[in-house]
Design a protein around this ligand. Structure first.
Ligand code: ADP
Length: 183
């Protein structure tokens, strides 16, 4: 099962993604985690991505698609995975459709975690990640609204989208996610 998990920064997507991959028993493909790893390892890709991430901007599609393409070649992803933090714009969504169509394994489901903006800012200021300064937080929220929200529309038109209320305790949110997956 190939599932896309989308949500604004600070929505608690990371926590829920951990649980969701266990429930679905598929590998977790987080572009944010892979990019942070590339930066800490000092690879070429990491060096190219670093400035964009620090500014709260999207890393260029070319770099992200290179990661995803390589990932999909892994035999462990043959039967599915959870895409987390990807696709982030319509171009990436179209590219993913193409990559999965080539493999005859189209997307099964897109889950959107919904949390209101005020709560997102509160949650992000409470955690301690290097790209969680008040400037990058507002930039990332703007990027989400301008670039990632159209991805939701894209999937809604294809009847793949299910919205999940992301407020409440992690257990409450996960119960909703689980119900949406039918597991
Ligand atoms: P969050 O959802 O909390 O912003 P992520 O870990 O998903 O956290 O992403 C952190 C940063 O990594 C983003 O602000 C962006 O710079 C970069 N990034 C992650 N995934 C992508 C992607 N699919 N396309 C472009 N940039 C990405």
């Amino acid at each position: 099962m190939f599932v896309v998990f989308i949500g604004p920064p600070g929505a608690g997507k990371g926590t829920q993604a951990q649980r969701l991959v266990e429930l679905l028993n598929v590998p977790h493909v987080s572009t944010g985690d892979m990019l942070r790893q590339a930066i800490s390892q000092g690879t070429d890709l990491g060096k190219q991505a670093q400035n964009y991430m620090q500014a709260g901007k999207l890393v260029p599609d070319e770099l992200v698609l290179e990661i995803i393409n390589e990932c999909l070649d892994d035999p462990r992803l043959q039967n599915g995975c959870l895409f987390d933090g990807f696709p982030r714009n319509v171009e990436q969504a179209e590219a993913l459709d193409q990559l999965l169509a080539n493999r005859n394994t189209p997307l099964n489901m897109v889950l959107e975690l919904q949390v209101e903006t005020q709560e997102l800012v509160r949650r992000m200021l409470a955690r301690k990640r290097p790209d969680d300064t008040s400037e990058t937080i507002s930039e990332r929220l703007i990027v989400y609204k301008n670039q990632t929200a159209p991805v939701l529309q894209y999937y809604a038109e294809r009847n793949l989208l299910t919205a999940i209320d992301g407020t409440g305790t992690p257990d409450e949110v996960f119960a909703r996610i689980r119900a949406a997956t039918g597991r």
